[in-house]
Design a protein around this ligand. Structure first.
Ligand SMILES: C[S@@+](CC[C@H](N)C(=O)[O-])C[C@H]1O[C@@H](n2cnc3c(N)ncnc32)[C@H](O)[C@@H]1O
Length: 253
């Protein structure tokens, strides 16, 4: 399968979802983590959109990502702000780090990129293993409300050099049994009408029922699970388009 979050895709993420932009997630995650004295881990750290404001508020946060391009942008974004957090290249389903974390956070639906059931279970077990006793996992999911295939959309961004990046996206596969879609994202970078660069991304996305995901967490061993909708702590979701956040505690007896 083709990869995702390569060069152009990462550039677009940093342009569209720049540091300082919040969907309510930055404030929510800070509120939930404010009492942490120990180290927090953000798998799928991306460009640092969540990590950087948390560091600037004085929290100890480390991150990892599977994409070298995203990590390069993250390191630059941190450097510009005088920050130097530990950032490594690793995968959620196979990472192995020395630290036992006080919290692990996976905002923005990043976890849904693990579209194979075995990988997502492995990643949850891995999170559990890397949390200290009493530590918390806070993780976002969302549902997919439009599963129409081959229905394309186009978006554009302007870079600071005045180039234009276009993105054409469409869902090419819907697997109802295994609960995932695959989309093709075609990025193109243009200067004065001339094509400079192009990139094709194969973008998987899984979905989970709310109670299904809660049971999965319980099966792994997590306890005291609180479900929130649209970053309102403890408010159970009522609409299909809401962001759903699970907070779960590790209690190793
Ligand atoms: C939607 S971005 C989120 C970035 C950041 N957390 C934020 O909220 O802005 C998802 C990130 O997860 C990374 N990612 C996807 N699959 C991964 C995996 N299996 N292991 C580690 N990182 C992964 C991608 O490379 C990308 O940087």
């Amino acid at each position: 399968m083709l990869g995702y979050y390569n060069k152009l895709s990462s550039e677009v993420y940093d342009l569209g979802k720049y540091i300082g932009l919040s969907f309510g997630d930055v404030e929510f995650y800070y509120d939930r983590l404010a009492s942490c004295k120990g180290t927090i881990l953000e798998p799928g750290v991306g460009t640092g959109r969540i990590l950087i404001p948390l560091l600037e508020k004085g929290l100890k946060v480390e991150g990892f990502d599977v994409s070298a391009d995203m990590l390069e942008i993250c390191r630059n974004n941190c450097k510009k702000r005088g920050l130097n957090p530990k950032l490594v290249e690793a995968k959620m389903e196979s990472f192995s780090l020395e630290t036992k974390y006080e919290a692990i956070i996976v905002p923005t639906g990043t976890f849904l990129l693990l579209h194979e059931r075995k990988d997502s279970i492995q990643a949850l077990k891995n999170f559990y293993h890397h949390l200290a006793n009493g530590g918390r996992l806070i993780i976002d999911t969302f549902l997919q409300t439009d599963l129409t295939k081959d229905n394309g959309s186009t978006r554009t961004w302007e870079t600071k050099d005045g180039d234009m990046i276009t993105l054409e996206s469409k869902i090419t596969e819907v697997d109802y049994i295994n609960q995932h879609t695959i989309s093709h994202n075609r990025y193109e970078k243009w200067r004065n009408g001339l094509l400079l660069q192009t990139e094709l991304e194969c973008f998987p996305l899984r979905w989970y029922g709310v109670e299904e995901f809660k049971m999965l967490l319980e099966q792994i061993g997590f306890e005291d699970i609180v479900v929130s909708a649209d970053y309102q702590y403890g408010q159970y979701p009522t609409k299909a388009n809401q962001t759903i956040t699970f907070e779960a505690v590790v209690n190793k007896k």
